[in-house]
Ligand binder design. Structure first.
Ligand code: GLN
Length: 465
């Protein structure tokens, strides 16, 4: 039986060391809160028996928990405390884990670097001059720095996998509906899903298993039994067909990313997998489609921050309309305002058909691309997670399109609802490179099994060229 008090003390020391280095992975955490949770856990009759007993898990600050404020990295929710706990958080506590604290993220999960966090960005522990990725960058950095072994993030368009790749850790985005979103602050509701981070494939998959399963409080959850714990590492992948979509390996792909993915594909072949070239022809429309659908849904979801129901209220205004305007103008940062404007525009009467309806149609074509490939006998797809390793602070900040393009290989899985994961597959000049496995609907077990075998067969900290 794990000594949960010792685990809490140990985690506090590791988090303090991580933050003393200036990582800023956490927006809120405290040793006292950890020790109090440990006392309560130790006193419960089920102590030590849960699947995550003794684990300390960091939680992205867009997920409500009862111990710490939930700010979503936004001034509009500064200091706001949720009156209830997310189902995912409740489940990890029920499995015996402690919540380490809340991690830094781009405001309302909109971003790819944490530079849009209103309380300052997190830094990449591998190279502090570089971003940890986003929007769940604080969670990825906390795991990469060794502060925790597991963390929760959220994905609307790659926000777990992209920071996992940049920080050299594992990130899983499950099938849409696999994990309850009750208590996850809504961004793009047809895309949002809670995901998990781990030091290795097995730890990320264990955390996912603990939080998965139907929830009466979220009508979009799949009515399936929860995912099982990952099995032992498979010695062979004989009989597994891995598709390599040519659209994810363009002419001029970053040389380090190319070398790492080539090496990983060699390893998969050595393990007995069949490597098959495939095509997902609508991939080129994924980023434009995502950046219509996600802002449209965000503009509607964020209407609730009006100075009346939650958080910040500008008290100086003379009437209610002026109060809405002043509160939202002051409370939201530049990227969130950009998304609300974009989303309101593409949903407006004159442009709905030209943008939003068209994007919905193209989304269906992207989904059909995946369905066709999986129906033809492919078990999983292998691609780079990101077009480049982690970029430097400021590099993409002035150019929103450049920032959006770092999601080019990850946002497809959110549009198509399929599960996908990123695992470290090598380094280029010291910077981690991620490889992505994309599965068929409900195919988490398959991509986890392949990823475990691949992880076991390569040294992900070795230089690839
Ligand atoms: N980077 C993407 C965006 O800014 C994805 C965000 C996410 O997955 N939450 O919208």
């Amino acid at each position: 039986m794990t000594d949960v008090r010792a685990a809490a003390r140990d985690a506090s020391a590791r988090i303090a060391a991580c933050e003393a280095k200036g990582t800023h992975a956490f927006l809120a955490w405290s040793e006292a809160a950890l020790l109090a949770q440990a006392e309560a856990m130790a006193a419960s009759p089920a102590a030590g028996a849960g699947a995550l007993s003794g684990e300390v898990v960091a939680v992205k600050d867009v997920i409500a928990d009862a111990t710490f404020p939930t700010t979503c990295g936004s001034r509009i929710l500064e200091g706001w405390r949720s009156p209830f706990e997310a189902t995912a958080v409740r489940r990890l506590r029920e499995a015996g884990a402690l919540v380490a604290g809340k991690t830094a993220c781009d405001e309302f999960a909109m971003g790819s670097s944490t530079e849009w966090c209103a309380f300052g960005p997190a830094r990449n522990p591998v190279d502090p001059s570089r971003v940890p990725g986003g929007s769940s960058g604080g969670s990825a950095a906390a795991v990469a720095a060794g502060a925790v072994t597991m963390a929760l993030g959220s994905e609307t368009g790659g926000s777990v996998r992209q920071p996992a790749a940049f920080c050299g850790v594992v990130g899983i985005k499950p099938t849409y509906g696999r994990v309850s979103r009750y208590g996850l602050v809504a961004f793009g509701s047809s895309l949002d899903q809670i995901g998990t981070f781990g030091r290795d494939v097995t730890s990320a998959a264990r955390l996912l298993a603990a939080i998965s399963g139907r929830d009466d409080r979220d009508g979009t959850t799949l009515d399936r039994i929860p995912l099982g714990e990952p099995g032992p590492v498979a010695a062979s992948l004989a009989g597994t067909v891995i598709g390599v979509p040519r659209e994810y390996f363009p002419e001029g792909l970053h040389a380090g990313v190319h070398a790492a993915t080539r090496r990983a594909l060699e390893r998969l072949k050595d393990l007995g997998a069949e490597i098959r070239g495939v095509s997902l022809p609508h991939t080129k429309y994924a980023v434009p489609t995502y950046y219509i659908v996600a802002p449209a849904e965000a503009s509607s979801n964020l209407a609730r921050y009006d100075g009346v129901r939650y958080g910040l209220r500008d008290g100086g205004a003379s009437d209610v309309r002026a109060m809405y305007r002043a509160t939202r103008g002051r409370g939201f940062g530049a990227e969130v305002r950009r998304r609300i404007l974009l989303g309101t525009y593409v949903l407006s009467a004159g442009y709905y058909d030209a943008y939003y309806r068209k994007a919905q149609r193209v989304r269906e074509l992207i989904r059909a691309d995946f369905a066709r490939v999986f129906a033809a006998g492919v078990h999983a797809l292998f691609t780079p997670t990101t077009p480049t390793p982690a970029f430097k602070f400021g590099e993409n900040l002035a150019d929103p399109i450049a920032m959006y393009l770092s999601d080019v290989y990850v946002c497809t899985a959110n549009l198509a609802w399929v599960p996908a994961l990123s695992l470290p597959i090598g380094r280029d000049q010291g910077l981690p490179i991620g490889g992505q496995l994309i599965g068929a609907m409900e195919g988490e077990g398959t991509i986890v099994r392949i990823a475990q075998a691949l992880e076991h067969s390569l040294d992900a900290t070795a230089e690839v060229r």
